[in-house]
Design a protein around this ligand. Structure first.
Ligand code: G4P
Length: 530
């Protein structure tokens, strides 16, 4: 198959949801359709359950599972589908944000009873900012839930989306009879059997046909007609271009657990979801079909085995082909590297591959060369943009608890930060190190990993910070800037890239600072606007 065809048949996406909405179940059902797994239950949930927050072995075990499920690939209708896993736990939200820089589209799963939840709001906001095409799947229709129209309203209002249903439920919960597929114009009846076998759908174009009563019963038939009339009047018609530009989000209804409505979702997905898209580098826009290879690191996973401290760096291929044993330029280091055993992912296995195409993810064994955001190319000096850091929510001093192991501690902190586990800030005034995280759980993970992987011990000390703001210091000689630096010295630090950061201790102090030093620009992400 030629290069262009290989690109055109790839679909790389992520599934996002609030924990428990059904992401793992849906992923598993998609894999079943692809024939990649034979039975339900084969994909292990990689979510870190609430009860496991202080059980380190559990965290380690789950980390192991999440290596295996980081990328799940399968073929369906001659398309190569790559699902990138996104951790649902909110303490790992940074991981998910970064993974979203490597997807070409997403599916958003929402629980019919719970509606739009907090984590979904945050993740969808990131996708909206980046105009990532989104399909919404409303799950658990076999349970009592909210009214379909109320839910669609909620999705529009809370998530700021413009939706158009492409399927519609017939009844719900106890009365759930099935779904009408607006996209394909057919009816899929729900029975307890759907779990095991995919039911035949009934083609049904003209809803005024009295046959409908025979299929669904009179009440449900009338209700469906009324509902679809309303859908027709209220929601815009589906438009593929609008979906691809992030302006319109199609919605499907179903029950992942019962494998119901999933085929409809997948069939539509493979037709409308985008193939690998061009990506902006600092220098220029890079097209997937360019012959030279380029890609970027969006995730780094440490090896579970303490005896082999190598890591797996996950590269999304943006252009050209990635080939085994070929030297590629590590742009940040300015040196060429060769990889003898790049991993590709298939279902829940990884295997060594000779060649990978745009849209694919390769896992490269790394002994500390990579950090998140690094670019790898055939030779061109490209830097891919768009893996910003957000202000952490928690801040603590990190102290060395074993003076004999200072070197190990520094190395450990350095490498864990490269992996993106947390952010490191070094105070300007005294050189003390402050670790910033999204959730409190990361402090335990860091402490545990420093001890078990690097033989170093640490303790933490509270450091009350409200928000980290990156400071633009384009005019370092400006008097106002100099005064800001002098007065706020206690609160200034540098991040790992050497950028100046202001650690505001309260909303009040942040506002006062902005008022007092209007020419000092404070940013809430590490990425400069272009
Ligand atoms: P997550 O990855 O988004 O966190 O959710 P996951 O798929 O693990 O699903 C969370 C729970 O919701 C699971 O139940 C799962 O079986 C259930 N679920 C998923 N889809 C449906 C559906 O369509 N209908 C119904 N009724 N339930 C659904 P659990 O009891 O928490 O876990 P398990 O013991 O079943 O694994």
């Amino acid at each position: 198959m030629d290069f262009e065809k290989e690109i055109a048949r790839r679909r790389t996406f992520g599934i996002i949801s609030h924990p428990d909405a059904g992401k793992t179940t849906l992923t598993e059902k998609l894999l079943l359709f692809g024939g990649a797994i034979q039975e339900a239950g084969a994909v292990k949930s990689n979510k870190i359950k609430k009860s496991a927050t202080s059980d380190f072995m559990e965290i380690e075990r789950q980390r192991g599972i999440s290596v295996a499920t980081s990328v799940l690939a399968f073929n369906y209708n001659n398309q190569k589908i790559n699902i990138l896993d996104t951790p649902g736990h909110k303490d790992f939200a940074e991981d998910t944000f970064r993974t979203l820089t490597a997807v070409d589209s997403v599916i958003v799963v929402i629980d019919v009873a719970k509606g739009v939840e907090e984590q979904t709001e945050k993740l969808v906001e990131v996708c909206r900012m980046r105009n990532i095409p989104m399909i919404v799947f409303i799950n658990k229709l076999d349970r009592e839930g909210k009214d379909a129209f109320d839910l669609l309203d909620e999705v529009e209002q809370k998530l700021g989306l413009t939706v158009t249903p492409l399927s519609f439920p017939i009844g719900m919960g106890y009365d759930f009879k099935g779904i009408y597929n607006i996209y394909e114009k057919n009816i899929n009846l729900f029975s307890g059997q759907s779990k095991k076998k995919i039911e035949d759908v009934i083609a049904f174009e003209d809803l005024s046909n009295p046959e409908l009563e025979k299929i669904t019963g009179e009440t449900a038939a009338n209700e469906l007609r009324d509902n679809l009339e309303l859908v027709d009047g209220v929601y815009p018609e589906f438009d593929k271009e609008a979906y691809l530009s992030g302006a319109l989000q199609p919605v499907f209804f179903g029950s992942a657990l019962n494998n119901f409505g999933v085929r409809e979702l997948l069939d539509c997905f493979v037709q409308i979801a985008p193939a690998p898209r061009p990506k902006m580098a600092e220098q220029r826009l890079v097209q997937p079909d360019e012959k030279d290879f380029s890609g970027f690191v969006f995730k780094i996973h440490a090896n579970m085995d303490p005896k082999h401290r190598d890591r797996l760096a996950f590269i999304k291929i943006v252009s050209g082909t990635f080939e085994r044993n070929t030297p590629y330029l590590h742009v940040r280091h300015g040196k060429k590297l060769k990889f003898s055993s790049p991993n590709a992912f298939f279902a829940e296995k990884k295997e060594i591959v000779d060649i990978s195409f745009p849209g694919d993810i390769v896992g490269l064994h790394d002994t500390g060369n990579f950090k998140i955001g690094d670019t790898l190319t055939s030779g061109e000096e490209l830097h891919y943009k768009g893996i910003p850091s957000f202000s952490p929510e928690h801040f603590r001093y990190i102290n060395n608890a074993d003076p004999m192991k200072a070197k190990q501690l520094n190395k450990g902190i350095d490498q864990l930060m490269d992996e993106g586990v947390a952010q490191l800030f070094t105070l300007e005034m005294n050189g003390r190190k402050v670790i910033g995280t999204v959730g409190a759980l990361q402090y335990e993970v860091i402490q545990y990993r420093l001890e078990h992987e690097y033989g170093a011990k640490c303790t933490y000390e509270n450091f009350p910070v409200h928000k980290a703001c990156w400071v633009d210091s384009e005019e370092p000689d400006n008097e106002e800037f100099k005064e800001f630096k002098r007065v706020k010295q206690k609160y200034l630090a540098t991040d790992k890239q050497g950028q100046l950061v202001f650690l505001a201790d309260s909303i009040f102090s942040l506002q006062m600072t902005q008022q007092k030093y209007p020419s000092v620009k404070l940013r809430f992400t590490s990425e400069k606007e272009s």
